[in-house]
Design a protein around this ligand. Structure first.
Ligand code: MEV
Length: 431
């Protein structure tokens, strides 16, 4: 059901966390239990103990909500779990600029994962590949029998491919790919089980020996795309005309296109938008990171994940296509109460829609970083938040945090010693 509410919430950042949570509840029509789950602290030791091994506790991170996102004409508040200041603000700011031109346009491919089975000691690779191809349907049926629930949901193995490596450090190998439509699941467990199930059949069809049987995190058939078009007027600031900001942003992008050292940081800025949504929804951020960077190097040279250009009307246009294997069923998405709540805030109909939101958050973060870097630099915005963290670390509470942070900025001395001295002054004045 589409949310009727708007994700542009004037002054959201000025509210306190309780008030913000109430606005999110109203936006997404959450019940009390789900709203409470957003507050955190609900995983509990018993559940945590079943998720991983050797549990001694759980670990908290801030959960923020990025505002202003409009994607394919629909508004979203985007939950983000992250430790770094400026990310939620940057994504919200860029989403606001995007919104002024209609927001993001996003799409996704079918959720196809690749399972790999490594076959060694294959005497005749050409006839093994022909035999595997001839028994394609038998392989598909055997794999699908292993994951009937995925098949019942409309997914399952779509195809079988062979890749022959005539040489490797250990000798030749034949790699069989199962192309699996995972529907709303990320699919790691199902794909790995399928690979293990069909391995003996592949051994007999190839005459070889199966070694590794595991999914690939380079999910280059499970992609999501975001596009955005920003008016120069939305970008102008501090005496710099919008057209000039665009020119500077295009130089920033060009730097990332040609230079792998810059591309790595540029892409980190994209992942700043994506990983927090992945974590908030209980998805596997290591898988997403691995896939993203492998995709960025697919030409043989590591480069920018995003593409930016100026169109004939002088608007800044951005595009980001990348692998995004996310699920909305199974795994931690089901177990973790706050992940469940985050998914309810997003109110997505299927996993592809979650992938679309993630890729838009990535493009937004990329735009926010490039705009800041290409104009006043990244530190001014960072320093304000950094100053608050230093003030809190020195023991400031409540309104004192903002007061001390601002004083440190004015003094151009954002240091623990300055924060401690200012806090002492406040205490002396109050006593
Ligand atoms: C910091 O977390 C991310 C940036 O370094 C990204 C970039 O340089 O584009 C600001």
């Amino acid at each position: 059901m589409p949310h009727p509410a708007e994700s542009r919430i004037e002054g959201f950042y000025r509210l306190d966390p309780l008030e913000r949570r109430a606005r999110v509840r109203d936006f997404a029509h959450l019940d009390d239990a789900t709203t409470a789950a957003l507050a955190g602290g609900q995983l509990g030791l018993a559940k945590a103990d079943k998720m991983i091994e050797n549990v001694v506790g759980s670990y908290e991170l801030p959960l923020g909500v990025a505002t202003n996102f409009r994607i394919n004409g629909r508004d979203h508040l985007v939950p983000m779990v992250v430790e770094e200041p400026s990310i939620v603000a940057g994504a919200s700011y860029a989403a606001r600029m995007a919104r002024e031109s209609g927001g993001f346009v996003a799409s996704h491919t079918a959720p196809i994962m690749i399972g790999q089975i490594q076959l060694i000691a294959v005497a005749d690779a050409t006839s093994a590949m022909a035999n595997i191809h001839a028994h394609r349907m038998q392989i598909i049926e055997s794999a699908n029998a292993q994951s009937q629930s995925m098949v019942a949901r409309g997914g399952g193995v779509r195809d079988v491919e062979c890749h022959h490596y005539a040489d490797s450090p250990m000798g030749p190998m034949l790699i069989v790919h199962l192309l699996v439509d995972c529907r709303d699941a990320m699919g790691a467990n199902a794909v790995n089980s399928m690979c293990e199930t069909v391995a003996p059949l592949l051994e007999s069809l190839s005459g070889g020996q199966a070694m590794l049987r595991i999914l690939s995190n380079l999910t280059d058939q499970r992609l999501a795309t975001a596009k955005v078009r920003i008016a120069p007027t939305s970008l102008q600031r501090d005496g710099i005309a919008g057209a000039d900001v665009i020119e500077r942003i295009l130089w920033a992008h060009a730097f990332a296109v040609v230079d792998p050292h810059r591309a790595t940081t540029h892409n980190k800025g994209i992942m700043n938008g994506i990983d927090p949504v992945i974590v908030a929804t209980g998805n596997d951020w290591r898988a997403i990171e691995a896939g993203a960077h492998a995709w960025a190097a697919r030409s043989g040279r590591y480069t920018s994940l995003s593409h930016w250009y100026r169109d004939e009307q002088g608007f800044l246009c951005g595009e980001l296509t990348m692998p995004l294997a996310v699920g909305i069923v199974g795994g931690a998405t089901r177990v973790h109460p706050t992940a469940q709540a985050a998914l309810q805030v997003l109110n997505v109909a299927h996993a592809g829609e979650l992938a679309e939101i993630c890729v838009c958050a990535g493009l937004a973060s990329n735009l926010a970083a490039m705009r800041a870097l290409a104009t006043e630099g990244i530190q001014r915005g960072h320093m304000a938040l950094h100053a608050r963290q230093i003030a809190m670390a020195a023991g400031a509470l409540g309104d004192d945090v903002a007061v001390i942070a601002q004083k440190m900025i004015d003094m151009q001395s954002i240091k623990p010693a300055t924060a401690t001295a200012l806090l002492q002054q406040i205490h002396v004045l109050a006593s």
